[in-house]
Ligand binder design. Sequence first.
Ligand SMILES: N[C@@H](CCC(=O)N[C@@H](CS)C(=O)NCC(=O)O)C(=O)O
Length: 212
Amino acid sequence: MHRIVWGRATSSNVMKVLWALGELELPFERIDVGGAFGKTDTPEYRAMNPTGLVPTLQEGDFTLWESNAIVRYLGQTHASGTKPWPTDAHTRATIDHWMDAQQTVLNRPMSGVFWGLVRTPPDKRDLTAVAASIEETARAWRMIDAKLQHHDFIAGADFTLCDIPWGVHAHRWFGMDYQGLTRPELPALRTWYDRLCQRPAYQKHVMATPIA
Ligand SMILES: N[C@@H](CCC(=O)N[C@@H](CS)C(=O)NCC(=O)O)C(=O)O
């Protein structure tokens, strides 16, 4: 079945899907849209994805958007009952709530840090605002760090789908140039990040893409 991921590789939300596909060893084609590539406001793209955002997944004649929903769908269709996406309701719900928390708790302050440090031209950067975003983002990461003090991955002993949305952002959190600002050291989080860095699919789809 032909599988297409629509979205530029520099998007954190696209990276989640690419990394998940890599973990599951599923072949796909990727088409650059969004950001400088544009093409997300065409009627054809909006018909696939009315938000005009990336990523969008096409699998045969099925179309899906929202990155975490796509990752869950891939788990459901290609990895159900495996360690990354177990069938037990409680285990799965635990994985699921951590996935949602990336969107609801981490995403906004982390965007403030990333856009403030990376995507804003140097002469327009507001480091006071970035420092406040770092503080708020660190509160989200501390939740994860607390979990990781007890087990190797966010939901338990094994790598699961909820490591994907947080893991994409961990690469930015540890890799950005803070331009003199500081962020707290979170040792368990760092060890988990180092663990992710050993995974070939993470290396290929997250680490190999410049933080830009
Ligand atoms: N909740 C959506 C958010 C998607 C989103 O905000 N995507 C960004 C890139 S990370 C986007 O499309 N930005 C505009 C663009 O790239 O043209 C998801 O998780 O898929």
